[in-house]
Design a protein around this ligand. Structure first.
Ligand SMILES: *[C@@H]1O[C@H](CO)[C@@H](O)[C@H](O)[C@H]1NC(C)=O
Ligand SMILES: *[C@@H]1O[C@H](CO)[C@@H](O)[C@H](O)[C@H]1NC(C)=O
Length: 234
């Protein structure tokens, strides 16, 4: 541009020559950016049809058919659940069995009992992290703590409706939803009744199948580690 100030014929010409291609670029910007947009759109469409490319990178996906890495789970349990041999065994078998079954007949319900310090919450964390990379932060994992989420006995009917609609809503969005109920010993019996139907052998309830969902119940108990697979109460 400074060339214009020198006001010599040659430089003017230079300016025009420079201006000409500049103008051109401006005009062709539209088609070029359109082209980029189209390429980007088809790249995204391509991504969408291959979940393995974007799940965990762009968005978190419901891992309904993702196989469990048994080696990793085994190692996690061994490393972090020290000295709980029986727990280790039961949990490992329950999870690998359930997750490798393409057509389970009912959801997995794991009940973990133990006193404080036995690692109930820890175990649920290990389980969740082996299914969803984001662990407890995953949008497919739902934690309910009795004294926090359902503190007032008088509101039990409301809680019941809410809880059932949350379980229904979340499972219809992602069949492999995980629901963790902490402080089961403090959960109102009315709410326990609200959960029960979801754990049964129904093919579906109002069009939603719960068979791939996972329910984990944590209960304080003065007896040492006891756990039941597929049993809510004992
Ligand atoms: C499973 O986990 C182990 C141990 O963390 C790891 O070495 C292996 O690569 C994993 N396998 C797959 C298929 O991701
Ligand atoms: C899923 O569960 C959460 C509670 O963890 C609740 O706030 C949310 O409304 C539920 N979503 C649906 C679609 O029901």
């Amino acid at each position: 541009m400074a060339a214009v100030w020198w006001s010599r014929p040659g430089t003017r010409l230079l300016f025009l020559l420079l201006a000409a291609p500049l103008l051109h670029v401006a005009v062709s910007l539209e088609p070029i950016s359109m082209g980029i947009a189209i390429a980007a759109a088809s790249a995204i469409t391509g991504y969408v049809s291959f979940p393995e490319f974007y799940c965990g990178r762009l968005v978190e996906c419901c891992q309904v058919d993702k196989p469990l890495n048994g080696t990793a789970l085994q190692a996690d349990l061994q490393e972090k659940l020290f000295g709980q041999h029986l727990a280790h065994e039961v949990i490992y078998r329950a999870l690998t069995g359930f997750l490798s079954n393409e057509n389970p007949k009912k959801p997995l319900a794991l009940s973990l009992h133990g006193w404080t310090g036995t690692g109930k919450n820890f175990v649920s964390k290990i389980i969740v992290e082996n299914i969803y990379e984001m662990g407890m932060k995953s949008k497919f994992v739902h934690l309910f703590v009795s004294t926090v989420h359902f503190p007032h006995n008088s509101l039990t009917p409301l809680y019941k409706d809410q809880l059932q609609s949350w379980i229904r809503g979340n499972t219809s969005r992602c069949a492999r939803s995980i629901f963790i109920f902490d402080e089961m010993d403090k959960l109102h019996p009315g709410l326990i009744d609200a959960i029960k139907p979801f754990l049964d052998y129904y093919e579906h309830i109002d069009g939603v199948s719960y068979r791939k969902a996972i329910f984990i119940f944590l209960r304080y108990s003065t007896t040492a580690w006891i756990y039941y697979k597929n049993l809510l109460f004992r």
